[in-house]
Write a new protein. Structure first.
Length: 203
């Protein structure tokens, strides 16, 4: 599949639905997927590495979490499961992705808010941001995405990002550090970098 799903609000691909299964932290998930949405045939390897290597929220986690570029909602489902006291925003430009995430998170519907980027209230900050960002959009677009959402991290918040090493993982690390963010490479596996991003303590 092409990278058109990164840009297209209304996918042109014929709707072909199926299901995938995966496990995270000892829990099993079965989600509906469809054509025209990122990694519809499987749990994306980068997402799998992120969910395996980053520090997942817990039953004591409160506040507001963001799944940026939610796709059909695998990260959202994991966050909502692991953090039953938190609110999770699932954001994506792709309408089909949002529809699938809404379907896949029905049992969490009181705590999961699915939205297109422009519909997230400007005054909301996030205690955690989780993202397997769309590296195929190019470095410039990726930087715009980060500059839009990372400033909405709460003062003591943490962003967890997974980036393909061959698609700019190390350069993104350097760029974010240059902007004043504290960036730590938590893991490197299967060609992916897992980055932990926090505000500089001097901010």
């Amino acid at each position: 599949m092409s990278a058109d799903h990164y840009f297209t609000a209304e996918p042109d691909a014929p709707l072909r639905r199926s299901e995938i299964e995966f496990s995270v932290a000892g829990k099993n998930y079965r989600l509906v997927v469809a054509s025209g949405v990122f990694s519809a045939g499987r749990l994306d390897p980068g997402t799998a590495v992120l969910l395996r290597k980053a520090t997942l929220p817990t039953v004591t986690t409160e506040g507001t979490l963001l799944d940026l570029g939610c796709g059909y909602g695998p990260i959202t489902c994991v966050l909502a499961t692991e953090a039953p006291q938190a609110t999770v925003w699932a954001v994506d430009v792709n309408s089909r992705a949002r529809e699938l995430t809404t379907e896949n998170t029905k049992k969490y519907e009181k705590r999961v808010k699915v939205a297109e980027p422009g519909d997230v209230p400007a005054d909301i900050t996030f205690d955690e941001i989780w993202s397997n960002p769309p590296t195929h959009v190019g470095k410039a677009e990726l930087h715009v995405l980060m500059e839009r959402w990372l400033p909405r991290l709460a003062p003591a918040g943490t962003a967890w990002l997974v980036i393909n090493r061959n698609l700019g993982g190390d350069s993104l690390h350097t760029w974010l550090t240059g902007l004043g963010w504290q960036v730590e490479r938590i893991a490197s596996q299967r060609g992916f970098r897992v980055l932990r991003v926090t505000r500089n303590s001097a901010d």
